[in-house]
Write a protein of this length. Sequence first.
Length: 364
Amino acid sequence: MDKMPKWADVVLIPLINFALAMFVSGLVILAIGKDPIVAIKTMIEGAFYTTNGIGYTLYYATNFIFTGLAVSVAFHARMFNIGGEGQALLGGLGVALMCLWIDWPHWTIALIFAAGAAAVFGAAWAAIPAWLQSKRGSHIVITTIMFNFIGFSLLNYVLVNNLRPTGSMDPASAKFVSSAHLPTFHEMLAPFGIAFSKHSPANVTFLIALLAAVLVWILIWHTRLGYQIRGYGHSESAAKYAGISPHKIIMISMLISGGLAGMMAINNVMGEAERLVLNATEGAGFIGIAVALMGRSHPVGVVIAAVLFGFLYQGGAELALWQNIPRELVVVIQALVILFTGALDNMVRGPVERVFLRLRGGAS
C-alpha cells in the first residue's frame, strides 16, 4: 500500500515545494532591499489580474505543457530526454514548411497538417538518440544534449540558406500564409461577448495542449502500451522476463516524447510569431524538465506545474518592469523552484508521508 494518496504526491507535495521556494525567494528579494510582499503582489497582478496577463501566462504554460509531457513520457520508460529543446526547434521547421509553401483553405486544415509535421520532425530528431541508446548503449542524456546543439546549428543553416527572404539580414523565414493564422483567445471569445486582450498571444493551441495531456493520461494508465512503458521503467529485467522488448519500448516512448516536444512549435511558431525564427523555443525545452519533475510525470501535475511556471515567466517580466528588480532575479526564483521540486524533494516528502501514515494508523 502507498504511504500517501496519489493526489498528495501529484498536487500537495509540489505545492508545498513551490511555497517553500517562494518563501526563500522572498528572503532573497528582502536581501536586495525590496519588499517581498509588494514583489509577490506585482507578480500575481501581472500574471492573473488582466486578460493580457492571463493570456501571456497561458501562452507560456502551453509551451511548458507540451515539453513537460514530452519529458514525462520518457521518464515513465526510465529515460531522461533532455533533447526537448532541439526536438521543438525541428518541430518548428516542420511547421514552417507546411505554412510557407501551401495556401490552406482554412486554418483548421493548416493546423492538422502543421501539428502532424511538427510531431514527425520532433519524433525523427528523438529517434536517433533512442536508437543509439537501444542498439549501441549510448547514454540518452549525452546524445539528447548533443542533438540540441546540432538541431540549433541545422536550423540556423536552413534559415540562412533556404528559408530567409531575399534581401533580409534576419535569420528568420518569411511570414506564413494568412490562411495559417490560428485564432487567438480574443478572436475565440469575442462571439460570446467575452472581452479578452487582442494583444495577448494565447491561442487555440492551449486547448490542443490540454487534449494532449488527456491523451497522454489515457496512453500511460489505460492502454497496454502504457503498461509496458511503465513496467519497463520500473524494472527492465522484469519487463524482459514478461516478454516486453526493450528496443520497442525505448523507441516508441522516445518517438512519442519527441513528437510532443515538436508540437510545441504550433504555439510559438504558428500561433504567435507566424514565422520561424532562430531561437523560437526560448528555453522551453529545458523548463519542461522542471515541469515534469514538479508534476510527478502525471498529466494533471504537468498542467498545474506548467501554469505555475507560466506565472513565473509573466509575473517575472512584470516584476522587472514595475519594481526595478533585475531580470536575473527571476531566473533565481525559477532555479529555487527547480531546486525544491527536484533536488530537495525528499526534504518535504518524508515528513508528509509520516503525517499520512499517522493519520492512517489513527483511523485504523
